[in-house]
Design a protein around this ligand. Structure first.
Ligand SMILES: Cc1ncc(C[n+]2csc(CCOP(=O)(O)OP(=O)(O)O)c2C)c(N)n1
Ligand SMILES: [Mg+2]
Length: 608
């Protein structure tokens, strides 16, 4: 009656005890002992990815879609360093992630052993915490602590590094006997309950404000506070803006919603913040992409700043009323404090805000040459797949259009890499989201550049039965960078042409993709598509489709929607010169928002 198990067995049982049901990873020498008990784990599915970056983003997608902790696993050295990008991504976007890495045996640490990398050192500034485990006895407690740290307070990534000898050692500390282990995290006690005095002061300011705005960030989603937010918004009648990380936290169709603020935000959202007298920042962090030039951001506004992370408060903008706490509790308390209180009349403010909204709605030009507007593809996708689907974007122009032109009605239906802006996020994150929400339709909306960074995970999707759908918005270039070259580098397109479609496709010089059409591109490529995304998709075990005309957009999306038993990739060949508007140039003041090149909104006219 031996009650000894190996460290590796303890790891697998501890992950199960912590509630993990899926782990994304790739084996290798140092982590190999853990893969043996994984082989017959009953409650933990391992999904073999093709690149560790894919494992990390898949775990993030799973976490963002479900609210649970995402788990990824890799071997030492290059396996671990391949996780660095998704770990940094999770850190910037506060995603609960536990990364398990193998490490060289304890005795070899520090000797430049084969596949040794100091992953704890490397990830120190991009993890909430990391552990180098020193004894197999410590594994249950360490895993419990990692899950606790990742998912409480401000969520974030935690790394657990396990030397091979620790995985191979035996231990009599059985997870089943000790679960839940007593955590040993001195000093870690996130404040979730807001201070009553701060709430009262905030309520007083909200009642008196004449031009207030609810500035809603991703923290509201992390706190699962969308319902409370709606109650607060409807009780007060205050206009709402949702940041890139908060899309879906408040229904886009709600009459009080002004859309997204920031560099590519709506004129109404950006301008309402600029002219506000009170910003009620909830789980938002005054990111430079929202504030524009900080010194001229919302110059007349007082600030109520609620965040679970005290380090965020006052970091970029001084808060008149700082509130440390969980957004759900904060909003609930604000609602209670405001109930039945008299409030300033917001009719004049709404007249102004509605004027901006009416005069400057989001829009785009239809190409006159018969090519497809990328915004049109995304708009139709949102309409046809509907508000119950999940949309997962890459990084670039397509990401901004996906944030602008899809109507998000529910929380956790919009996933993207906001803080780090990681190209390659979409396909693996969509894979993880689909694993977490198998009943939902999951569309990755990706760029032709981003897609080439991580599309190998489509092989994982095909073999593991994870039928995601991918819309490649193929503009033939690193479009967002090209947009900056158009605007700020005199149209000198240095190294942004990708050659993913025939020359001339989707330009005013070409037809929609006829062989050799046009010669407008900088590098002559003839009729080649490198890569041919349809054939690439098929090679990866997916269904591949192409759409090159506006008339085919709906039918193509319908066809993709009808396929449920395989991943689908659609190559949407779109107009190559489309740009993202509105735009506030980097470093400029939000007062200098442009609705098209050199065209500023006419606020004087509107206010007259
Ligand atoms: C890993 C990484 N490398 C470089 C960048 C810089 N970058 C931001 S957007 C972009 C272009 C993305 O191109 P594509 O995927 O085709 O999207 P598009 O803008 O054309 O829609 C680049 C290179 C980045 N964000 N991430
Ligand atoms: Mg592109």
């Amino acid at each position: 009656m031996s009650s000894q198990i190996t460290g590796a067995q303890s790891l697998v049982r501890s992950l199960e005890a912590a509630g993990a049901d899926v782990v994304f990873g790739i084996p290798g020498g140092a982590i190999l002992p853990a893969y043996d008990p994984l082989y017959d784990a009953e409650h933990l599915r391992h999904i073999l990815v093709r690149h560790e970056q894919g494992a990390g983003h898949a775990a993030e997608g799973y976490a963002q879609a479900t609210g649970r902790v995402g788990v990824c696993i890799a071997t030492s050295g290059p396996g671990a360093t391949n996780l660095v990008t998704p770990i940094a991504d999770a850190y910037m976007d506060s995603v609960p992630l536990v990364a398990i890495t193998g490490q060289v045996p304890s005795g070899a640490i520090g000797t430049d052993a084969f596949q040794e990398a100091d992953i704890c050192g490397i990830t120190l500034p991009i993890t909430k915490h990391n552990f180098l485990v020193a004894s197999a006895d410590d594994i249950p407690r360490t895993i419990a602590e990692a899950f606790h740290l990742a998912s409480t307070g401000r969520p974030g990534p935690v790394l657990v590094d396990l030397p091979k000898d620790i995985l191979q050692a035996t231990t009599s500390v059985l997870p089943a006997d000790v679960w839940p282990p007593t955590l040993c995290l001195p000093g870690y006690r996130p404040v979730t309950r807001p201070h009553g005095k701060q709430i009262r002061e905030a309520a007083r300011m909200i009642s008196a404000a004449r031009r207030p705005v609810l500035y809603v960030g991703g923290g509201v989603l992390k706190a699962r506070a969308a319902a409370e937010l709606r109650t607060l918004a409807e009780l007060t009648g205050i206009p709402v803006v949702t940041t890139l990380m908060a899309r879906g936290a408040f229904p886009d169709s709600h009459p009080q919603h002004l859309g997204m603020p920031g560099m590519h935000g709506s004129v109404a959202a950006v301008t309402a913040l600029q002219k506000s007298d009170l910003l009620i920042a909830l789980g938002a962090r005054f990111d430079d992409r929202v504030t524009g030039r900080l010194s001229s951001f919302a110059p007349k506004a007082a600030v109520i700043h609620a965040d679970i992370d005290p380090a965020e408060i006052g970091k970029n903008r001084v808060a008149d009323v700082p509130i440390v706490g969980d957004c759900r509790e904060v909003i609930g308390d604000l609602v209670a404090a405001l109930q039945g209180e008299p409030r300033a009349d917001l009719a004049g403010w709404w007249r102004q805000v509605d004027g901006w909204r009416r005069t400057y709605p989001l829009g785009y030009d239809r190409p006159t040459d018969g090519s497809v507007a990328p915004q049109y593809v995304i708009e139709r996708l949102g309409r046809i797949a509907g508000p119950e689907a999940l949309y997962v974007a890459g990084v670039g122009q397509h990401q901004m259009w996906a944030a602008q032109f899809i109507s998000y009605e529910h929380p956790y239906t919009w996933l993207n890499s906001g803080g780090l802006g990681t190209m390659g996020y979409a396909v693996p994150a969509a894979m993880g989201a689909k694993v977490g929400r198998p009943e939902a339709t999951v569309w990755a909306i990706d760029g032709d550049g981003c897609f080439q960074m991580t599309n190998q995970e489509l092989a994982t999707c095909a073999l593991e039965g994870i039928p995601i759908k991918v819309a490649i918005i193929n503009n033939g270039s690193l479009g967002m960078v090209r947009q900056w070259q158009t605007l700020f580098y005199d149209q000198r397109y240095s190294n942004t042409d990708l050659g993913t479609r025939p020359d001339g496709a989707g330009t005013s010089a070409g037809t929609s993709g006829g062989p050799g059409a046009g010669a407008a591109s900088s590098a002559p490529r003839g009729a080649r598509r490198v890569p041919d995304f349809v054939r690439l998709a098929e090679a990866l075990g997916c269904v591949g489709m192409r759409c090159e005309s506006p008339d085919e957009v709906d039918a193509t999306i319908d066809k993709a929607m009808a396929i449920d038993d395989a991943p689908v990739v659609v190559d949407f060949v779109v107009h190559r010169d489309a740009m993202v508007w509105p735009m506030v140039a980097a470093g400029a003041s939000n007062d200098e928002i442009r609705i098209a090149r050199d065209i500023a909104p006419d606020f004087d006219y509107e206010e007259a």
